[in-house]
Design a protein around this ligand. Sequence first.
Ligand code: AMP
Length: 190
Amino acid sequence: MLNVVIFGAPGSGKGTQSEKLINEYGLFHISTGDVLREQIAKGTELGKTADSYISKGQLIPDDLMVDILAHVLDSHEECKKGVIFDGFPRTIAQAEALTRMLAERQAQVDVVLGLEVEEQELIDRLLKRGQVSGRSDDNLETIQKRLDVYHNQTKPLKDFYQKENKYRAIPGMGSIDDIFENIKSVIGSL
Ligand code: AMP
């Protein structure tokens, strides 16, 4: 069983590399952003709440987000084989909750793959994605807010996981395949 956190700023390639990890290692993929967007598409109460934060580039409150993740873990047996956590945790409180939730399931975070990409490249990628994604948060104003949120609330997790010796920096600027080769060698060395 391998539990991987794929970590990085918006636009760093977490979703793209997650797809490759699924194919290579057969892990179950949990993208909290995708879970929330599904709720928005279905028009549920949760979706309406989520949309009010997402469209402003803000994070969904920790308590709600942790409950959503616990529900996903409980409703998918496949999680027992190992999970790629994509977009979670995004705060220290979420990281602590993840440690607890996995411990209750006799598991742990095995590695945090930190995709490191320059700021201007992130903005360029997100603007480009915005032309096709239809996402309410892929516009310049919201992108800038999301990057601020990342620096203030999410980036401290790098230090958190470095202290646990779980953080592995992955240069995220090259080709998709080269980046993935790097990821495979990190996983191979665990
Ligand atoms: P993503 O698809 O990962 O870029 O997430 C899109 C948006 O969903 C974020 O900007 C947040 O508003 C919300 N979101 C996704 N994951 C989380 C999380 N772990 N905690 C709080 N908000 C989240």
